[in-house]
Design a protein around this ligand. Structure first.
Ligand code: NAP
Ligand code: HSE
Length: 440
């Protein structure tokens, strides 16, 4: 029998503990399949005494994860600590420098330092594998890196954050508050250590940066991504969306257009009848538009210990098989530096919810500003406020009421300038809500 692949795992939280359990459960089958056993020899975390559902005494314990990363008893380092700086980054760098294969789920690290780490891996002839970093258990990295060389990809979009989709789904279906849903997502192990990364869209941006690089063979460019999260989405927006035939999803979108590559993350109105609108809960989905396959959609569990560990184990299996491919599909030096397509030039439909003063001429004032910016309205809906109607049956109370506009395709800059004018005109009582619409 070939000597085992000796694995050291740094980070024994939600994902790390699941990796240990899956490897224990699957080891005989994997050994049979690959002819080489995988043996976890070393582990590291902050607190040795924590109950993790397995016996840490079965493994060599390292208080210092860098010592684990450089240990002569470890061939492959699995980094499941997280963070773009600090211990996570140091573990990966130390391991690659020491000539160890690295498997990681750390999208923040890959999005910020992926290119230099990939260079380090290439220089040392070792693997830097990160299937688990995007969309949990969905094999989207492998798909982009290995399965589509016959395709020119034009667009890639998807639900890339399980926590946000879980929150939006439960708010819509069960009428729960944002905070209640977030708490449950944390309890279930979906959220990042700092959940603002999830709800403010940064986690989706990290994942999108990685996918964009693989899809378009370009350098990872996190700074290019326009980012908005879901924390400003209110129950009223979810209700209005539903009444208008839409659902709200946090999408990451990367698209090649005449100006370059547009990358954006924001809450998005998608038609209720669309495939992406059916993706609920912690499930993620990634759609790839390409010339040969036309459209490919991958759907699956986007977060959680076991789903993510499944992807980590797939990467460990690749190391067992001796695969040390270029981390980003080709040599880092061959990746193109893409031109950024500016968000101001983005074109699409928009949902605009204004809280207007309920009095004569307000809707006309809003419509005028829209027309001046050359924005055509597909629909306009003013919600009657019982309170305002009771105060003044002639509709002159000035009480705040929601006015919702759905526009035909317009540019981001036109929408922003119209909304700014409406604000300056004193027509609205609260900051406006603007949500982009994405049609399939
Ligand atoms: P987690 O539950 O917070 O676990 C983090 C682990 O790292 C803990 O075991 C912690 O030790 C350990 N740790 C923290 N700082 C350390 C240090 N300085 N030295 C040694 N160990 C340290 O996180 P997680 O959810 O498993 O996520 C791990 C990674 O996977 C992150 O990069 C995350 O973004 C990524 N990811 C997570 C999911 C998910 O669904 N959770 C999905 C995909 C990717 P203690 O346990 O002793 O505190
Ligand atoms: N916090 C992340 C999410 C974990 O909710 O999608 C999976 O990457």
């Amino acid at each position: 029998m070939t000597r085992p692949l000796r694995v050291g795992i740094a980070g024994l939280g939600t994902v790390g503990a699941s990796v240990i359990k899956i490897l224990a459960r699957r080891n005989a089958v994997l050994t049979q399949r690959y002819g080489r056993p995988v043996e976890v020899t070393a582990v590291s975390a902050r607190d040795r005494t924590k109950n993790r559902g397995f016996d840490v005494a079965d493994y060599q314990w390292f208080d210092d994860p860098i010592a684990l990363a450089t240990s002569p008893d470890v061939d492959c380092v699995v980094e499941l600590v997280g963070g773009s700086e600090g211990a996570g980054r140091e573990i990966v760098e130390a391991a690659l420098r020491a000539g160890k294969h690295v498997v990681t789920a750390n999208k923040a690290l890959l999005a910020q330092h992926g290119l230099e780490l990939a260079r380090l891996a290439e220089a040392n002839g070792v693997a830097l594998a990160f299937e688990a970093s995007v969309a949990g258990g969905i094999p989207v990295i492998k798909t982009l890196r290995e399965a589509l060389p016959g395709n020119a990809i034009s667009r890639l979009y998807g639900i890339l954050n399980g926590t946000c989709n879980y929150i939006l789904s439960r708010m819509e279906i069960e009428g729960l508050t944002f905070q209640e849903c977030l708490k449950d997502a944390q309890r279930l192990g979906y959220a990042e250590a700092d959940p603002t990364f999830d709800v403010e869209g940064f986690d989706t941006a990290h994942k999108l940066a990685i996918l964009t690089s693989l899809a378009f063979e370009t350098e990872v460019d996190l700074e290019a991504i326009y980012v908005e999260g879901i924390s400003s989405i209110t129950p009223l927006d979810l209700t209005m969306a539903s009444e208008l035939g839409f659902r709200i999803k946090l999408l990451g979108v990367a698209e090649r257009n005449a100006m370059g590559i547009e990358q954006r993350v924001h809450p998005t109105m998608v038609p209720k009848s669309s495939a992406i609108a059916q993706v609920m809960g912690v499930t993620n989905a990634v759609t790839i538009d390409a010339d040969a396959i036309k459209e490919l959609t991958l759907i699956g569990p986007g977060a959680g210990g076991d789903a993510t560990a499944s992807a980590v184990v797939a990467d460990i299996a690749d190391v067992v098989l001796g695969k040390a491919d270029h981390p980003f599909g080709c040599s880092v030096d061959r990746l193109e530096k893409a031109t950024r397509s500016p968000m101001q030039r983005h074109e699409g439909g928009y949902y605009i919810r204004l809280t207007v003063h309920d009095r004569p001429g307000v809707a006309a004032g809003v419509a005028t500003r829209m027309a001046e910016a050359d924005i055509s309205l597909e629909s306009i809906l003013q919600k009657r406020s019982e309170k305002a109607a009771n105060q003044d049956p002639h509709g002159r109370s000035g009480a705040p009421v929601p006015l919702v506009l759905i526009t035909y395709a317009a540019t981001e800059s036109a929408i922003r300038s119209a909304v700014e004018r409406i604000s300056e005109d004193g027509l609205i009582a609260e900051p406006p809500q603007v949500i982009r619409i994405e049609r399939e």
